[in-house]
Design a protein around this ligand. Sequence first.
Ligand code: KG4
Ligand code: ZN
Length: 346
Amino acid sequence: MICLGIESSCDETALAIVADGALLGSSLASQAGLHSIFGGVVPELASREHYHYIGPLYDELLAKTGIKQEDIDVVAVSRGPGLLGSLLVGLAFAKGLALALEKPLLGLNHLHAHLLAIGLEGEARFPALGLLASGGHTQLYRIESPSSFISLGKTLDDAAGEAFDKTGKILGLPYPGGKLLDDLAKMGKAEKGMLPCPCLGKDNLDFSFSGLKTAAAQLARKKAGPTGKLEGRDLENFCATFNLAIAEAICKKVKRAMSKNPDLRRLWLAGGVAANSLLREKLRELAYKKNVEFAVPSLELCADNAAMVAYAGWLMAREGYCHRLDLAAIPRGAKIPDDMLRKPAQ
Ligand code: KG4
Ligand code: ZN
């Protein structure tokens, strides 16, 4: 079965083809450079860029994979959460193709697709404890199957990636600052206990990063002194301290979720922030200590991509799921409806 995946939820336009569970190829246009000028993603510009690139990327993908469009069996698209205007570009393209090719349409939860992508690089067995950390979300799930994700906890304010990017901005790093902050942290030495570890009560599995972000801004100001700017070794040490505080805050909740769900013997980490070197190391260590299998995608599959959408679409289509052509795009903050249709097994 051949599944075309389309991703346009934020600032990457991407298309990919998965055939029988294996990635055949992908095409991507990143807008990072454009939005960097404004210090964050500008929604109107993002939709226009998606609109501009989506057609040419589709042609490029067919040419590079050698797949003819009549060979596509299912069209999968990220339906949310994301920027509404951006999602609509991907959805309109997916619906047009599904209609023209007379093939089923599938709208995927972008966050679930990030986690399911683990199956592209190794065997993904269920159930698993999943941590999704990206620019807009931080979510803990109990994952029972490709179509059954039970939320255990989520961020109550900023997402982990948002905390990285906003702190990066304070430090004068270009947007998005997460990767640069992580790279600088590798050269510095962390000072333990300088930043708070948000806990939110003994049993809570939710996250909160806004207090940590504010404390980090205050600490950066204090460390910078009269120049107002952290530089050189001081900057590296500050980044290491911040990186450690975020990794420890996340690990604390994951550890708690493991104790509350002792039957889950697998831990999956995904999303843009899953590229963070310290978080990968700390969660791998934690899983090892708890004798739990650990899986995280390779770095290129952590950031937004369409391979994860094509693969998750292939998994769902294999289970007989599809959507109607009136599939709605779901913006960030709104609930994704449980509106997939399931064809009876043949
Ligand atoms: O999943 P993603 O590509 O897009 C969303 O769906 O949001 O995540 C992007 C986020 C950004 O906030 C970016 O700064 C962060 O992932 N990020 C990192 C690293 N690489 C990307 N954060 C910390 N350390 C990294 N190495
Ligand atoms: Zn994402």
